[in-house]
Design a binder for this molecule. Structure first.
Ligand SMILES: NC(=O)c1ccc[n+]([C@@H]2O[C@H](COP(=O)([O-])OP(=O)(O)OC[C@H]3O[C@@H](n4cnc5c(N)ncnc54)[C@H](OP(=O)(O)O)[C@@H]3O)[C@@H](O)[C@H]2O)c1
Length: 301
């Protein structure tokens, strides 16, 4: 009991700093930490540009967080193909600056990465130790960010997630809600497999990870199960009370995009489970919960 009380006290005293606080995940982290009355400092892009290393160092020295959650990123997957230097600055230079400042101040760092670091040629879920082999500029810059964080002396976790959506910002779920209103039928790729992840569930899992303080390194955390973009679109239509058959499956070749996507990017969360962390709920249940809580924002597109 004494140990549990001690842990509780330590958790209550933890000071969190969240970068990218205005993004999908950042907004959910801030909401959760505020709900828990945790000591937290939300920094949006306008408050702190993580590519400005001197400012990052100053901010961490002044604000003295115990843990930094880096939810800031360049996430425009297609735009990164023609803007890779900028994506690299944000997705690798930013985490490197944060890691250096965390190491200097003794803060822990939780950095987010992506299923798109993998080539997508696997036939079963990628374990944490699988070698990244990104096939897009975005994936290359995120893989570089992982290396920067894991190679630094900071005590750091890299949590890879995938197919993230939430009430803040643009995402696939909102796009489908918008198309449901405006188009009779929608064609969506049915040969790319992944795990949709509600940002609110991921935020809760990340805070649990920080509280449990497992060994540093790579962890995977996505919604449970897997589907295709077409499967997710049909589930969105179901949530909207629309006919899911209005979503037509097409192949990737019929819907070309500037950035190549992995055909299969399901992540195995063995290390997450081994650390005693609760698996995120099944993606379909999470989608229903997201519409129940945030239906107005998600429907608004
Ligand atoms: N979205 C997905 O499907 C997905 C999938 C797998 C992994 N992830 C990873 O999960 C994490 C969170 O993603 P998300 O979907 O929440 O991203 P998001 O909604 O795009 O939010 C990213 C935030 O970072 C901010 N930002 C961009 N450049 C910055 C800079 N130089 N300094 C400080 N802030 C900056 C953005 O602000 P502005 O908008 O003002 O630029 C935005 O508020 C990221 O690491 C991402 O790579 C995302």
């Amino acid at each position: 009991v004494a140990a549990a009380e001690g842990e509780g006290r330590a958790a209550a005293l933890t000071r969190y700093l969240v970068t990218g606080a205005g993004g999908q995940l950042g907004a959910e982290l801030v909401r959760l930490l505020a709900d828990r009355a945790a000591d937290h400092i939300p920094l949006r892009h306008a408050d702190l540009d993580i590519t400005d290393a001197p400012r990052v160092a100053d901010a961490l020295r002044d604000l003295r967080p115990d843990v930094v959650i880096n939810a800031a990123a360049y996430t425009a997957v297609d735009a990164a193909e023609t803007d890779e230097p900028r994506a690299l600055a944000v997705n690798a230079g930013g985490p490197a600056a944060l890691a250096a400042a965390c190491a200097a101040g003794g803060a822990r760092l939780l950095h987010l990465s992506t299923d798109y670091v993998f080539a997508g040629t696997a036939l079963q879920p990628y374990p944490e130790a699988a070698s990244p082999a990104p096939n897009s500029a975005y994936g290359r810059t995120k893989a570089a960010g992982e290396r920067a964080v894991l190679g630094s002396p900071a005590r750091a976790w890299v949590v890879r997630t995938g197919w993230l959506y939430g009430a803040s910002g643009g995402n696939f779920v909102k796009t489908m809600a918008c198309l449901e209103r405006t188009q009779a039928t929608v064609s969506v790729v049915d040969d790319q497999h992944g795990s949709p992840t509600w940002a609110a569930d991921l935020a809760a899992g990340l805070v649990e990870l920080i509280e449990k303080d497992p060994p540093p390194g790579i962890y995977h955390a996505t919604g449970g199960g897997a589907t295709t973009w077409c499967g997710l679109a049909r589930a969105v239509f179901e949530e909207l009370g629309a006919d899911p058959e209005r979503v037509r499956p097409v192949g990737t070749a019929e819907a070309p995009r500037p950035a190549p996507r992995p055909a299969y990017s399901v992540l195995a969360a063995d290390r997450w489970r081994a650390a005693g962390l609760a698996p995120l709920r099944a993606w379909r249940d999470a989608l229903a919960a997201a519409f129940a809580r945030d239906g107005t924002a998600l429907r608004a597109g």
